[in-house]
Ligand binder design. Structure first.
Ligand code: AHR
Length: 840
């Protein structure tokens, strides 16, 4: 062989090798362990190299239950991907997911296959569809699927193992960093690989930006040491924006309702606590007596409240919610239902202190063998933060007692069955434009049985249906739909009830069939009744009492005029899987048909772009433009994330559905609102105002948290029985709400030093809005820099004497004082870490 030929041959081989390498990139998809989800590695000249996590299990309760066993991946003829995995060793289902590019996945479906459990599912393409072989109790089963991977057959027994042996042998093994892994090798194109690596590079960069903290500014070389000057240039351009931008999110979480906003002072007034609420609870929880408390259920006051207590000469003491905060001179409305087995009975009703000494006392005479409600007023003679309520039976005659209640007469707006005044007034001071209720996860509930049914929460208190709360306690439903709507009206907020989309919380635990998460949704046979329930709610809120039984119920409760409901939310950050989409569509169609003027708000999952539910939710929304008016987005993120994503809504399609940013909050490792989180939220909100033509509503979440009963941090308002502590986050919300407008006036805030501008622009913000009804204008300015910011304002004259409200502090300060002032001579200088609103 001559040398020339050899060289040519070698060159050709190398080119061919390069071409092959160019055309084919080997990747390995695998689950490193059941908690790690699905990963991908690529083959390099140094061997296999990890790229990152492609997706993780979304099945079952939060935390360690979300596991992925035996992931099995297959590729369709059109290049799209499918994944199945086992979720645990009990559930009669497997998880199924779909992806176009391996990095973004459609939310997972969990098809039930009809066998006791479903182990080691193996997936392979068959024709245009797919087949899954799995085992259950040592036997093999086959499931077939539709090509779009949305519909799955029931498992069919495979008698002849030879038929499926090939399908079961699709596992590859590799060595990476000295460890061996089982998974599957696929060949993809360089473009496909580049999509994957670019995705991970972006996520990494996003993580880097999101880790920026004001708290670390002293060590941050890009932060200035000297005052910074900037110019705010206001132009004549204006646009209409939402006049409902800032509202509130009310969820019964962290004792926000019972023991919180709902002013009832007696805990477990109906003796309905049970182990369903909390393992160690029962009908006598929060009640004390020197004798065993007798609980009975024969002929109860209401079938929905089957338990009551039987009293002779016992003294029943109620501990309240961490005690009862009693104030000298104030009057308290006591009431209880009594049934006398022996004709009549007297009780001494008292408020007592820690030493059992009375603070208020009265006698209650009762008679009659039927359940009857009795009232009394207790006037406190002195202050006591930890009082208890005592009910003493005077003679040995037996009486049944239930619905033992104590309310301060001083409720918000003196409403009966009302709200705690100081808390409600703090909320009202925000002038929220709408209120979302009753949650959150509490709306869709822990499993199908715990979905919130609005009609269980209206009518006489004793007939309302108590239930456990997904957050680990009890809901009396004393604060029910009537009270929510009444509160909205009292504070001038649009009601925004959010009810389940026919699926419970995706984090629900397993039900009796071993099915967790969305639990397959409300069975289709029961969906018509559920849909009717939602329609009834609209009728109840807006209907005419002379023609509608639901509206008559509202009128009987004291509100003959309609509540004028305009919005309804369907679903709360659900998995936007097939089970959800089918039910959501049915519900929306029915509401649109019967109440075309009601604006429906859908959901796009629990997280922002590019999460699976967000992408699928928006995709579905855009494919069904007639179904909903807006969609609910949720994201809880770091302060760095908020500062670096201020353009989040800039590219949103103005012709698609509007956005309701229904749950968000910035947090740091401390998990409490402070000046840093508040400024990050304020910066973000200046840009939300700028995008107020597409963002219709926003609400910080959660709103309330009672000391000692926290399910979640950070929250907007912390409280105990004796105090209400609005946080810096509250003040940002309040200032944006009180000084909101309906027109956005275009302006640009530019840091004067060109070199600093790029590196600091995310730390300063300005937004000018006007209110077309009053003609007033509101300029909001945020300085999240560690130094003073002085502004030159062009195109706008701020009259001297214009009023200001502002706060400033150190990033870590959790308490701030909001100061009022006036603009003195038209110049505007903000101290470090400051937020100011100027009104003129
Ligand atoms: O706001 C607290 C919880 O966060 C809500 O219940 C839920 O929707 C979200 O996950």
């Amino acid at each position: 062989m001559n040398k020339g030929f050899f060289r040519q041959f070698t060159m050709a081989c190398l080119m061919l090798f390069a071409l092959c390498t160019y055309a084919q990139q080997k990747v390995f998809v695998y689950g490193p362990n059941e908690r790690a989800g699905l990963h991908i590695a690529m083959l390099t000249d140094k061997g296999w190299q990890e790229i990152g996590q492609l997706c993780s299990s979304d099945y079952g309760t939060w935390g360690p239950e979300k596991r992925m066993y035996h992931p099995s991946v297959a590729r369709a003829k059109d290049g799209t991907w499918r994944l199945v995995f086992q979720v645990n060793d009990r559930a009669p289902l497997f998880a199924a997911a779909y992806s176009r590019d391996l990095v973004t996945w459609r939310p997972q479906d969990y098809p039930r296959v009809g066998t006791r459990n479903c182990l080691s599912p193996v997936l392979h393409a068959v024709g245009d569809g797919f087949e899954i072989i799995y085992t259950s109790d040592g036997k093999h089963y086959r499931v077939t699927t539709s090509p779009d991977f949305r519909h799955f057959s029931i498992g069919e027994r495979v008698e002849d193992l030879q038929q499926v042996v090939g399908a079961l042998q699709i596992e590859d093994h590799i060595q990476m960093d000295g460890k061996s892994y089982a998974g599957q090798i696929f060949e993809i194109t360089p473009e496909e690989l580049s999509t994957i690596t670019t995705h991970f590079d972006r996520m990494k960069e996003d993580g880097r930006l999101s880790s920026e903290r004001m708290h670390d500014d002293a060590k941050n070389p890009s932060m200035p040491k000297q005052p910074v000057s900037a110019t705010l240039t206001v132009t004549n351009q204006q646009k209409a924006i939402s006049d409902k931008l800032i509202g509130i999110f009310f969820e019964d979480i962290s004792y926000a309702a019972d023991g919180g906003l709902y002013a009832e002072l007696v805990q477990n007034r109906d003796f309905e606590y049970s182990a369903k609420d909390r393992r160690e609870w029962n009908a006598t929880t929060a009640w004390h007596s020197s004798r065993p408390i007798r609980i009975a259920t024969d002929s109860p006051l209401s079938a929905n409240n089957p338990h009551y207590a039987v009293v002779g000469t016992d003294t029943l003491c109620n501990e309240g919610w961490d005690g009862i905060n009693v104030k000298a001179g104030e009057q308290y409305d006591f009431s209880m239902y009594v049934r006398n087995s022996q004709g009549k009975k007297s009780f001494v009703i008292a408020l007592i202190d820690e030493h059992d000494a009375p603070i208020a006392q009265t006698t209650l005479k009762t008679q009659g063998k039927d359940w009857q409600q009795y009232d009394a007023v207790l006037k406190a003679t002195r202050n006591c933060a930890k009082a208890r309520l005592a009910i003493m039976g005077v003679k040995e005659t037996q009486a049944d007692v239930d619905m033992i209640s104590l309310f301060p007469q001083e409720t918000f707006m003196h409403r009966k069955n009302g709200l705690r005044k100081d808390l409600a007034e703090t909320i009202a001071a925000m002038k929220p434009k709408f209120m979302r209720f009753p949650g959150g996860c509490m709306s869709h509930g822990q499993g199908l049985e715990n979905i919130y049914h609005w009609n269980h929460t209206v009518g006489p208190l004793q007939d309302r249906k108590p239930d456990f709360n997904i957050w680990g306690y009890h809901q009396t439903r004393g604060l029910g739909f009537f009270e929510y709507f009444q509160f909205c009206e009292d504070i001038g907020a649009e009601p925004l009830p959010v009810l389940a989309a026919g699926v419970p919380c995706q984090n629900s635990a397993n039900n009796a069939d071993g099915v967790g998460g969305q639990q397959g949704g409300i069975p289709m046979s029961q969906m018509p009744a559920y849909i009717q329930e939602l329609l009834d709610m609209i009728e109840w809120a807006n209907g005419d009492p002379s023609t509608s039984k639901w509206a008559r119920m509202r009128a009987d409760a004291g509100h003959p005029s309609p509540f004028n409901l305009k919005y309804i939310g369907i679903g709360n950050e659900d998995i936007i899987g097939t089970v959800f989409e089918e039910r959501y569509e049915m519900i929306c169609k029915a509401i649109r048909e019967k109440y075309p003027d009601i604006k429906i708000c859908g959901t796009v999952g629990p997280f922002h772009a590019p999460s699976a539910d967000y992408l699928e939710g928006w995709d579905f929304t855009k494919k069904h433009p007639d179904l909903q008016y807006m969609v609910d987005e949720h994201y809880y993120e770091s302060t760095g994330w908020f500062m670096h994503h201020r353009n989040y809504y800039d590219g949103y399609d103005r012709n698609a559905a509007k956005v309701y940013l229904g749950e968000y909050a910035a947090s740091t490792r401390v998990k409490r609102p402070n000046v840093e989180t508040a400024l990050a939220e304020a910066l973000y909100l200046t840009d939300v105002e700028r995008n107020g033509d597409v963002v219709e509503m926003t609400s910080y979440a959660p709103m309330l948290c009672k000391d000692g009963h926290s399910n979640w941090n950070p929250d907007m308002i912390y409280f105990s029985n004796t105090e209400v502590r609005p946080t810096p986050a509250y003040h940002v919300q309040r200032l944006f709400s009180v000084y909101g407008g309906d027109r956005y006036v275009n302006s640009q805030l530019t840091i004067d030093n060109g070199q600093l501008a790029a590196q600091l622009k995310h730390r300063v913000g300005a937004s000018l809005v006007s209110d077309s009804k009053t003609g007033r204008r509101y300029l909001k300015l945020v300085n999240a820099l560690p130094v003073e910011l002085s502004l030159t304002i062009k195109g706008l004259t701020i009259p001297a004497g214009s009023k200001t409200e502002e706060f400033c502090g150190r990033p870590e300060d959790q308490h701030i004082a909001v100061k009022s002032g006036v603009v003195e001579n038209g110049t505007v200088t903000l101290p470090p870490y400051a937020f100011r609103v100027i009104s003129f």
